[in-house]
Design a protein around this ligand. Structure first.
Ligand code: AHG
Ligand code: MN
Ligand code: MN
Length: 328
């Protein structure tokens, strides 16, 4: 009885289909899948740990109960550092870059990630995620910050894992967007959403209305326009991966724009906006800062923030039109 198309098998077939894609992806992704399964296990029992950890931070095994962001970060570092495919890693949870030094063989890729996105939602059992982006080392790479400062258009792969009612692994290597759902009974990610295409226009907008007083005119007028025009619904979970994934499948627009409080926006360019922008463009959508295509923003520092308007192409274009007119 076939268990269906596993992520590993799909990657191998993709590698055969596109001769220029080296076998490294398959091995790299396989290590990342292990990290995803570990994080999924920890996220799913987080509530339990909290109960068991009520004695002041020690769980029943006497281990220090770590914040899940740090735990997820460690899980990715530990599963990815020995594979021989990476020269280094950068993460939301680490100030500087993590070099693959002499300890393990050094590869030609760089991995950037947000190990746990939406972590403020963990203790109220709302979906969270992991976001990742892969770059190739440029000639002369000595794995310092500057090697990671490549525009989103340079990404060779990107994706996310969504820990929700089920755990999903969604990725692109530039040949479409494909989604896999974890079947815990066999411990495999099985193909569930092949070649995802996002609707040209949606009926959902996602923005934190708690920031209304800080919005600049272009945002306020656009949201007002949506509300008066009707036929649209608001959905905002507060976990970027969850909000993005819902809009990717159903259509719609997510906005975390620049405002008077966050002049450069809140979300990080290299390991939140760029990977999701690669995904959405491969699915036929769009992603903008309001003024420019996110994937063309030249990064100047590792943890740089960016405004983000992402989702269905027609919705993003309309939101950007209101944004620019609001500045006129
Ligand atoms: P992280 O948990 O990795 O810091 O990301 C949180 C982000 C993102 O997931 C979400 O869209 C956004 O923060 C929500 O911000 P607000 O609470 O300001 O709306
Ligand atoms: Mn995040
Ligand atoms: Mn995070």
């Amino acid at each position: 009885m076939s268990i269906g198309m596993t992520l590993t098998k799909f990657l191998l077939e993709e590698q055969r289909r596109y001769p220029n894609s080296t076998g490294n992806f398959t091995a790299l992704f396989s290590d990342l899948v292990v990290a995803a399964k570990i994080i999924s296990r920890e996220v799913n029992k987080a509530g339990l740990i909290d109960i068991l950890g009520a004695t002041g931070g020690k769980n029943t095994h006497g281990e220090e109960v770590q914040k899940l962001d740090v735990l997820a970060n460690a899980a990715i570092i530990k599963t990815m550092e020995h594979g021989g495919h990476l020269a280094g890693m950068a993460s939301e949870e680490m100030e500087g870059v993590y070099k693959i030094d002499g300890k393990y063989p050094k590869g030609g890729y760089l991995l950037l990630f947000d190990p746990l996105d939406g972590s403020s939602n963990i203790d109220v059992n709302i979906s969270v995620g992991t976001i990742f982006s892969m770059l190739k080392c440029k000639p002369g790479c000595d794995c310092t910050d500057k090697d990671f400062l490549q525009p989103g258009a340079s990404q060779v792969a990107a994706g996310y894992i969504l820990y929700s009612s089920s755990t999903m692994f969604v990725y692109t290597t530039g040949h479409g967007v494909h989604g896999f759902t974890l079947d815990p009974s066999v411990g495999e990610f099985l193909l569930s959403h092949e070649d995802i295409k996002t609707p040209e226009k949606g009926r959902i907008y996602s923005i934190n209305e708690g920031n209304t007083q800080h919005w600049l005119p272009g945002t306020s007028r656009y949201i007002e326009h949506l509300k008066t025009n009707g036929g649209i619904t608001a959905r905002y979970v507060g976990s970027l991966v969850a909000d993005f994934h819902r809009n990717l499948l159903k259509g719609g627009v997510f906005l975390y724009p620049a405002d008077r409080k966050a002049r450069a926006g809140k979300l990080r360019l290299l390991y939140e906006a760029n990977p999701l922008s690669f995904i959405v463009e491969q699915a036929g959508g769009a992603s903008s800062t309001g003024d420019a295509r996110v994937m063309e923003v030249p990064p100047s520092e590792l943890h740089q923030r960016t405004p983000l308007i992402i989702g269905s192409k027609a919705d993003v274009e309309e939101a950007c039109r209101w944004w620019r007119e609001g500045r006129a």
